[in-house]
Design a binder for this molecule. Sequence first.
Ligand code: NDP
Ligand code: NDP
Length: 334
Amino acid sequence: MIDRFGLGGVALHRMEQGDRVAELFGVKYPLVQAGMIWCSGWELASAVSNAGGLGIIGAGSMYPEILRAHIRKCKAATHRPFAVNVPMLYPNIEEHMAVIQEEGVPIVFTSAGNPAAWTGRLKAAGITVVHVVSSVKFARKAEDAGVDAVVAEGFEAGGHNGREETTTLVLIPMVRDAVRIPVIAAGGIADGRAMLAAMVLGADGVQIGSRFVCSVESSAHAAFKQRVAEAGEGETLLTLKELAPVRLLRNKFFTDVQQAYASGAKTDDLKALLGRARAKRGMFEGDLEEGELEIGQVSGRINDILPAATIVENILREYREALEQSRSRIWQGQ
Ligand code: NDP
Ligand code: NDP
């Protein structure tokens, strides 16, 4: 952390919220593009980093040598910092972490696992480490493990989700009050208004996923992007809690899961129904019926597919407008 004011720990409290995250990552805006399996390869990550945010390569869907290729392409496409997200459930995590260190990736976001497992080793290699959490308990655990920041991800988020179902509105102030490290809000944020709201709740920055699935540079299949852009209110639901809670768009696969529940399916039946590579089938291969379509609740507010740089610009413009409007529109408490 840069001590801009020469005041040690006090400086942290004087520094503006967004500055803590932007300075931690060496980027212009406190805006992070989420690492998402099948959707965020090098093209999206480099486009977001070039636009002033922090782009993330989602390693969960990549074999180690594919990850290496994406990191190399990302380095060639941007001179700005970028990160790699590694879900800790990943089967070849040792190989992923070796690739990340060999390729000199400056920042790693870990998720879906114990932060104590890798934080020390990554920090010793000079890597900035952020862990994704969905509760205060895990935020504290991540801070104790020595991470540089946490992403606090609420119930609205797509893909894997917390078992407690805590919404972003409830989670952010609770995590803010529980830890001293920077807090990056996620879940339900796709525009500048929501970004401002998250900052008012105490976040130091935001992580945005679904909005970037509907970007030109996302590696999601064109049919999945179009489906997300067309999705309306109430079209995603959290399911498969016995395996790993996941938020999905309604489709034939989702209906099959619901019917399995209705007929009293056990965990093993659900596992068999899920099978293997359903997420790839839906999000990467564009099978909108049989595939698993992971996306956030906020997909109901996303209606177009735009270049990543335009998405970043729009969010920043909306943020500034919302901030300005809040001075005249919002009740002043008198
Ligand atoms: P290519 O289109 O040549 O793809 C390079 C490799 O990356 C291909 O094997 C491609 O799979 C795979 N690939 C692309 N995007 C993803 C993704 N999001 N998740 C998993 N695999 C992905 O050029 P790229 O540089 O765009 O991609 C290089 C490789 O990276 C591709 O093989 C691609 O499949 C893979 N890739 C993997 C991503 C992932 O998240 N796992 C994301 C983006 C690319 P394929 O040959 O089937 O197209
Ligand atoms: P599945 O078991 O259904 O399928 C594995 C998929 O990952 C396949 O499509 C496979 O590609 C690809 N893959 C990439 N690397 C490997 C590897 N080393 N060994 C086996 N498969 C690999 O898993 P999911 O698709 O549900 O999840 C894949 C990963 O993504 C997991 O690590 C999971 O924890 C993570 N994940 C993270 C989410 C998040 O929100 N952070 C959400 C969902 C999953 P191929 O078919 O080409 O072999």
